[in-house]
Design a binder for this molecule. Structure first.
Ligand code: ZN
Length: 487
């Protein structure tokens, strides 16, 4: 098949020119001018043709959510921050399910901790984490033998091809800094990265066991591990500049720290999270009405209602107003987390919540009663709009590198697939997105959270169309596993 006459952008080689792209057997067969006719031809004149986006932070496993990501240009969605343990179960289940886009998983410190510290049976799903999120049993300090068991589980996952270790540290603030260093040390010895949801910042919680940002940079310096600092925009609140300056100093001193951000001011998590306890909301300058409980769309009216929801549905998703997207100062902060050198765009895409009736995993288009955080559907379209057509105005290639090349490079050391993705070059995987640079944008909002992005014409995964002419190709499931090569 030949994509004819598009503007081909490959940030690695610097190519940005009108070219034809030939695709065969799942690979980019050739890039050039005047390529011979293919079995099929697609005129993509006026459109950008580039490598599909690689989302390092996606909690989505349902087909509808994966389709929203595909419609946002994502060809590989990886669950790295929460991770999934046992990781072999997660890979097996995804293969059985059949996915439209490529997938992969890190080991999960939180799920391993639930097993080792709370004695809960291992279950490889985000749902298992969410349903147990509020239980104090897994959050207490670990005894030495428990920590050994936890590390053994994580080691086994790394041996099974996990892409690193996801550490939801901010959800278990009683876990000790020493434990975190042991986890980072394990990652360093395996040559794999960690992906951390940071502990509280000292500005928010003066009594925190350690400042969350200091802890990540220290772990990188002391253990030599590659520490990936997840969603700097959301865990840093209005201290983004302080956190970025710290990261910059540590990077300059040789520590391996990478960062990511998503372009929204509000976060989302399970309402039972420790930091959403009524008595702790004030730490973040929040009140109950800063929270919107997604299943009903209600603003949480009072502390009593918050307690009730935390009890009845601890894993129920809740939108948390953090930065004010209508406030220019907050917007500028958010943009600095995106434009920080090397920061990649990562969505933190959330599972779908079916507010009426049982989930129908095959339903498409999604009914309007299905909700999520708009970042699930809109992160990449929104980031490209903001980075190239707002006041920031990065070059298109530079903005695209944050969506494809840089996330691929971040994992490439021990993940062979990441040397074949994130670039548009002959011989590499045909994960391709074709979009209109003048109109690409998000359309999902907090009220209408599952409206797909606009401006994206075609998405190919391993050479097969997943999105064609702006629509999902219903039975297309060409996604393949992305695994690490254990040392
Ligand atoms: Zn997180």
């Amino acid at each position: 098949m030949v994509l004819r006459g598009g503007r081909v952008i490959d940030p690695e080689s610097g190519l940005d020119a009108v070219r034809d792209v030939a695709v065969a057997d799942g690979l980019i067969a050739a890039i050039g001018t005047g390529l011979p006719p293919g079995h099929s031809e697609l005129d993509v004149a006026g459109q950008v043709v580039t490598a599909g986006f690689i989302d390092l932070h996606s909690h989505v496993s349902d087909l509808g959510g994966l389709r929203l990501e595909a419609l946002d240009g994502v060809t590989t969605a990886l669950e790295l921050e929460a991770g999934v343990t046992p990781v072999a179960d997660a890979y097996r289940r995804a293969a059985e399910q059949g996915r439209p886009i490529n997938y992969g998983f890190a080991a999960s410190w939180a799920l391993a901790r639930m097993e080792a510290v709370a004695g809960l049976p291992p279950e490889a799903s985000l749902g298992a984490f969410m349903s147990r999120i509020s239980s104090p049993a897994w959050r207490r300090p670990a005894r030495p033998a428990e920590l050994d068991a936890l590390l053994a589980r994580l080691s086994a996952d790394l041996a099974d091809g996990a892409l690193g270790i996801g550490v939801l540290l901010g959800y278990a603030p009683d876990a000790s800094p020493a434990e975190y260093l042991r986890v980072a040390g394990l990652a360093a010895s395996a040559g794999m990265p960690t992906f951390t949801h940071a502990r509280d910042l000292i500005e928010l919680v003066p009594a925190t066991a350690m400042d969350g940002a200091e802890e990540i940079t220290r772990a990188a310096a002391e253990t030599g591990a590659h520490m990936h600092y997840c969603h700097i925009n959301s865990t840093s609140h209005r201290h983004i500049d302080r956190v970025l300056a710290l990261v910059e100093r540590a990077q300059a001193a040789g520590a391996r720290i990478s960062t990511e951000a998503y372009p929204y001011g509000s976060g989302m998590t399970g309402i039972g999270a420790a930091f959403l306890a009524p008595e702790r909301l004030g730490e973040r300058g929040l009140v109950p009405s800063s929270l919107t409980y997604a299943p009903t769309g209600e603003r949480v009216a009072s502390e009593a209602r918050l307690r009730e929801l935390r009890r009845s549905d601890p894993g129920g998703l809740v939108i948390i107003e953090q930065l004010d997207e209508d406030d220019p100062a907050d917007r500028a902060l958010l943009m600095r987390s995106l434009t920080f050198p090397g920061a990649v765009i990562a969505s933190d895409a959330m599972p779908l919540t079916w507010t009426t009736g049982a989930a129908d995993p095959l339903a498409w288009p999604l009914p309007a009663t299905v909700i999520t955080h708009p970042r699930t559907a809109g992160t990449f379209g929104r980031a490209l709009r903001l980075l190239t057509r707002s006041g920031v105005r990065l070059g298109l290639a530079e903005a695209l590198a944050k969506c494809s090349l840089e996330p691929a490079r971040l994992l490439a050391d021990r993940v062979p697939a990441m040397r074949r993705k994130g670039r548009l070059q002959a011989g590499l995987d045909a994960d391709v997105v074709v979009f209109d640079p003048a109109t690409i944008t998000d359309r999902a909002s907090y009220r209408h959270s599952t409206v797909p992005s606009a401006g994206i014409r075609h998405v190919l995964v391993n050479g097969s169309f997943v999105v064609r002419d702006g629509d999902i190709v219903p039975d297309s499931r060409p996604g393949r596993p992305v695994r690490a090569e254990p040392r």
